[in-house]
Design a protein around this ligand. Sequence first.
Ligand code: GLC
Length: 736
Amino acid sequence: MKKIQIILFLNLFVISLTAQNKLPVYLDDSKTIEERIEDALSRMTLEEKVKMIHAQSQFSSAGVPRLGIPENWMTDGPHGIRAEVLWDDWGQAGWTNDSCMAFPALTCLAATWNPQLAALYGKSIGEEARYRNKNVLLGPGVNIYRTPLNGRNFEYMGEDPFLASRMVVPYVQGVQSNGVAACVKHFALNNQEIDRHTVNVNVSDRALYEIYLPAFKAAVIEGKAWAIMGAYNRYKGQWCCQNEYLLNNILRGEWNFDGVVISDWGGVNNTEQAIYQGIDMEFGTWTDGLASGKRNVFDQYYLATPFLELLQSQKVKEEEVNKKVRNILRLVFRTTMNRHRPFGSFATPEHGLAARQIAEEGIVLLQNKNNLLPLDLNTVKKVAVIGENAVKMMTIGGGSSSLKAKYEISPLDGIRNRIGSKAEVVYARGYVGEATAIQDGVKSSDITDNRSPEELIAEASQVAKEADYVIFIGGLNKHDGQDSEGNDRANLELPYKQDALISALAKVNKNLVVVIISGNAVAMPWVNDVPAIIESWYLGSEAGNALASILLGDCNPSGKLPFTFPVKLTDVGAHAVGDYPGKNGEENYKEDLFAGYRWNDRNKIKALFPFGHGLSYTQFTYGKASISNKFMQENETLTITVPVKNTGKKTGKEIVQLYIGDEKSTLERPVKELKSFEKILLHPEEEKTIEFVISLNDLKFYDDEKRTWIAEPGKFKVYIGASSTDIRTMVDFELK
Ligand code: GLC
């Protein structure tokens, strides 16, 4: 080798050696995250540590500029990436490059009963957050649907802990595959908006562990969520954002959560408790949107100067701030300082496709007498579309999940685009609810209409009379007192006199389809006068296209209800024994375990439409279930198989549900509980045999005396069906 080459080689060797020595551990991603955390921590001053644990702006907290550790940027929400917000105000920053894809609401995702779509949803929304350089997505929400009046149910995944658990895990994994943390919220027991900042929830440990925690637990243990958001309300008298029981004992102690606990905005209100009772990052304490206070008060936050002074005077050990900073640095090394994470994408056609697919699979066909649907363009020449929700923008409003969407196809536009020249489409308003929606400075189109209800109904009836087919599109909207954060609905009924209008339409045209756009159940006094009914959720940017494709049968509906539609409020446990909404700041979940269909089963109450219900344009028959063994030993599993056949003329998807009931137990249990489900695609005449494997865990209940999950020997029933009440076949077995 020539001399020059030797010299060059030696130089390179020396450089690489010194370079290696020079790279500090926290910057060296060949080291473990825990090593990098300790090294970074050792380099930070006390001031830098305290700055990191509280907001520096509306949605960000400080990094360490001196060390090149980036800031942490949070963004709402569960259905899409919120428009950029001002530094210390809720107002929109007025950017022109932050119009996002609006994905369907999470009730719609839950209604797909399709974990693969949850994964697609999480990946897609995570790509949008990543592209917008946010490293924490403030979602998904998984609070259990306890009352149909809760203003924020549209952001959550229904009444059943097993369904919510199965759907939240892939969503979290999808988001985090982008190097963005999912921040699962609102932990815990935030099941209403009335008094959400103050109510103290009293609930049994059994109901807590069996109903209200499982989805959070699945998100943490299976989903490996990197962040959790504390709720506003209290539990056991402590605010959930500084709660010994929920944050220290359960989240950290029982579930070994190693992520970061972020307060809801304004959820922290005491320095001492915030130091010791589990919160890592304080947000929103004094911002114009939530509480009075001067601008730029961030240094006055409970975990800001007051905490720093306690540390400096040694009244509090530095280890207390180190614990919080370690969790935040772990977030940083998993996200912003992970060099290998992808770069995301924003408002792309792929995301539009994902949004449409989720919307189409989530729409629920509740009723379809005389197979009125799908609409047959060979016979139908004139379609009347009636109702405000056919033209109303639904991506704006509803509180923190409100979006500045790149586009939103309204139901009317979707139907017009799809039906095109084949049939005439005539629109009538029918009723006037709200003229405009505005949130974060994002204004919807103005649909003001000053005509009287009488004029509106008269016009709608006339238009309906002259059409072959009438599609009424109504329901709720994202305004206060409907499906919106901060308030609950006052009752179960449809607002704006829609019931009278629907009845009037049913009188003049028997070919009436009612499409309900909502995130909650509604009363339907006209249910027997209307042949076809669809629950169509808040579907986001692709709303009109997805709805049209279901109405025309391009897509065969396959969604099923993630919550019960009660006939009346007192058919719901929270209202029958309640004691929703609580009084004097106390609320007692006296219905205990019996939320949703568990209440209906226990009290033999017939639902308007039951949990798990949803029809198809084809038919499915179930054969007889068989079980691998009539006896089950503790350490064994059982296999249950059931043949399902598509006996109709269209390809379709069926959600086969498996419930288990414990025949006899020392503590009262629900009649049956959802323990497995599978969504299958079947072509006409095709039959598949579904296989379910049951293990001991599927038989357990939480014994709050022993403080552990137990399964008691004895007989168990297995119910297999197309909904929680449409049971097609059963088997039983005995646990030895
Ligand atoms: C709101 C909501 C929470 C949201 C946060 C930031 O009050 O409760 O879900 O992420 O504040 O907007």
